[in-house]
Each structure stands twice: as C-alpha cells, then as structure tokens.
Write a protein that binds this ligand. Structure first.
Ligand code: NDP
Length: 337
C-alpha cells in the first residue's frame, strides 16, 4: 500500500517520547499528526491541545478510522501487540516503539500480521539513525579497524525522575532496564557489526530504584556469529557515567564517546598505527531520520531504518540476557522469525 500524499499519522499513546521527540520529528519530516489516542479522555484532550494536534480519542478503532496512513505506537510495552494487530487489520502502516512486545512469540506475530496485511512495519530503534553510530558502522564495514574482535557498550544512565513510573514498578508493562535499554544496545550492535548474536551471559542488579524484583542495572557479554565478543553495561541508576560504543579490531579501534543518547551529540575517534583522529560526524536529529526513512518506505523507497524483524531480533537478545541472569547460565539467542 503505497502512500503518495503527506503521511497522515495517528499517535497511539499520550506519551513523553511522542511529546519530546516524535511529534516534532513527524512534522519536520513532512507528515501530518491527525489525532492522538489516550486511555483517558481528559488527558488526551489536554495532550492534543498542548501539542497542536487537532483531535483526540480514547478509541483505537475511531483513531484507525480517520483515514490514516500510519500509526506511531508508543504506549507501554504490553499494549504494542494488540494495537499493532488492529492497525494491520485496518490496513494502516505501523511504526512501533521498542521493545515490540513482552514475548518473542508476540513480537513475531506482530511482524507476521503486518506482512500478511501488506503494511510496512518499523521499530523505533533510534540509535541506528545517529550520525555517530553510522560513522562507527561505516568504519567497521570499511575495514578501517581490520578484523573486529571486541565491542563495548556503555549505556548506564540516570532514569529521569519524570520517567520513574512503570519502567521501575510495573512488571506487567515490560519494566526493567534490560527491556528498556539493553534492547537498544542489541539493535545498535547488530547494526554496527552487521552480525547476529548467538549467545549471552548477563548479571542483573537491583541498585535501589527498581521495585519488587525489577532490575535497574545489568552487565553482560554477548557472543556474535563471527566470534566477536561484546560487553554491555546498562543502568537507570548512575547519575555521572558517560555513554559510549567502542569496537576494537586487529588493526584499529573506533571509539564513540557520548553517543548512546537521544540527542544528536557525541564524537567518534579512530585509532590505528597512524595515530588518533576524529571522524567527521554531521549532527542530525535521530528521530527525524527514523520517520523520514519510514515515510520513504511507504512511498516505495527503501525500508524503515529498523524493520519489524530488527525489533524481533533485538528483543531476542534482551530476553536471552534476562534468561541468563535468571538461570546463571549462558543463554542462546533465539532466531528472529
Ligand atoms: P510514558 O510513561 O510517557 O507514557 C506511557 C503511558 O502512560 C501513556 O501511554 C499514557 O497512557 C500513560 N501516561 C502518560 N502520562 C501520564 C500521566 N501524567 N498520568 C497518567 N498516565 C500517563 O511513556 P514513554 O514515552 O516513556 O515510553 C513509551 C514507549 O516508548 C515505551 O514503549 C518505551 O519503551 C518507548 N520509548 C522509546 C524511546 C526511543 O528512543 N525509541 C525513548 C523513550 C521511550 P495513555 O496513552 O493511555 O494516555
């Protein structure tokens, strides 16, 4: 189903991410935000007014009935599946937030439903849209560090006070740092390395923020298909840590500093026998790039930056990390579809 006009979007979920990034990104990418759905009529109306959206509804079928081309699904994670299935059934394209669902079976079902309905599905893994991350990917793919041997992801942050809700309290909504942040590391590593993860070992931590059995920190090691090892460190609890992504190869290292973030910031260094230099990185809004790629896909040009299948595969690694932490053993990463 090709879309020739400016894409008409419905926002599913009156959320922080839509308010802070995605509504603006859709508009900057030339799309129209037609309506927003909230479970609460009053909050939905207020949210629509604050964000200049002409309409709000509490009913998904009413939203889907508004001659939409696409929905951006950004509700809490347990709702993504049913909302995606409904959109697919209505013939509306889906850009869904990560993690796609709470189980791999549900995520696979979402991708299958979109495929069967002939609608495009994307996963909003923003980091592969960052200029820094793309520069690291290009350096690795271009052979500038030789054979890639190790990667290190530093993604320990402090969860902003305004977001210290379901993420640390509600297991039913898909809480915990692994489904929130490790899933992004998984997608970023897969993108940068161009390889799929095979297995993972991980230890989780409860450092004082996560409620009742909900992890707020994790460290782990992933084994990739070609033998590369990648370590990751994610947390909600560290106020002063820096983020980064490094890939170390036989002939060089590429080092991203401050690049695991929503903002178009950070530096990338290349170190090899000839010394150290900064790679050129032209800052670009990650979310505008994500929406632009998605809209182009609706016009028959290319694919979403991260497809539905990317969402499934990245979730599979996060789920395997949780399994490893639970069992104390190395866990195999399940295949995508
Ligand atoms: P929020 O916590 O802002 O919103 C989640 C839900 O909570 C909303 O759908 C809303 O319900 C309800 N809600 C929001 N504000 C209030 C309030 N003041 N009072 C009562 N209920 C409220 O979610 P986030 O924006 O943090 O995350 C949404 C999704 O996006 C998640 O899947 C998350 O993983 C993902 N995400 C992705 C990011 C990325 O960069 N790719 C970054 C951040 C989040 P209702 O809609 O029914 O009104």
């Amino acid at each position: 189903m090709m879309v020739a006009r400016p894409v008409r979007w419905g926002i599913v979920g009156a959320t922080t991410i839509a308010r802070e990034w995605m509504i603006g990104a859709i508009r900057e990418a030339g799309g129209d935000v037609v309506s927003v759905m909230s479970s609460d009529a009053e909050r939905g109306r207020a949210y629509a007014a604050e964000n200049g959206i002409p309409d709000a509804t509490t009913d998904l079928s009413a939203l889907l009935g508004k001659d939409l081309d696409a929905v951006y699904i950004a509700t809490t994670n347990e709702k993504h599946k049913d909302q995606t299935l409904a959109a697919a059934k209505a013939g509306v394209h889906v850009l869904c937030e990560k993690p796609l669902a709470l189980t791999l079976a549900d995520a696979r079902e979402m991708v299958a439903a979109c495929r069967a309905a002939g609608v495009t599905m994307g996963t909003n893994h923003h980091l592969r849209n960052a200029s820094t991350i793309r520069a690291i990917r290009d350096a690795v793919a271009g052979g500038r560090i030789g054979k890639p041997l190790f990667a290190r992801v530093f993604h320990a942050v402090y969860l902003p006070v305004g977001l210290q809700g379901w993420r640390i309290k509600d297991a039913g909504a898909g809480s915990g740092v692994v489904m929130d942040i490790t899933v992004h590391d998984a997608d970023t590593l897969r993108f940068v390395l161009g390889e799929e993860p095979v297995s993972v070992t991980a230890f989780t931590q409860q450092g004082g923020m996560g409620g009742d059995g909900i992890e707020d920190g994790v460290m782990g090691v992933v084994r990739f298909g070609g033998g590369l090892l990648a370590q990751f460190h994610d947390a909600f609890t560290t106020k002063y840590a820096t983020t980064g992504l490094e890939v170390h190869g036989s002939d060089g290292s590429v080092i991203g500093i401050g690049c695991m973030t929503q903002k178009p910031t950070g530096d990338v260094l290349l170190r090899d026998a000839s010394g150290e230099r900064k790679l050129e990185v032209v800052p670009e809004n990650l979310y505008v790039r994500s929406v632009t790629a998605f809209q182009n896909a609706l016009r028959g040009e290319g694919r979403p930056a991260a497809t539905g299948e990317d969402g499934v595969r990245s979730m599979a690694l996060a789920l395997a990390a949780l399994e490893s932490a639970r069992t104390g053993r190395e866990a195999m990463v399940e295949p995508g579809l």
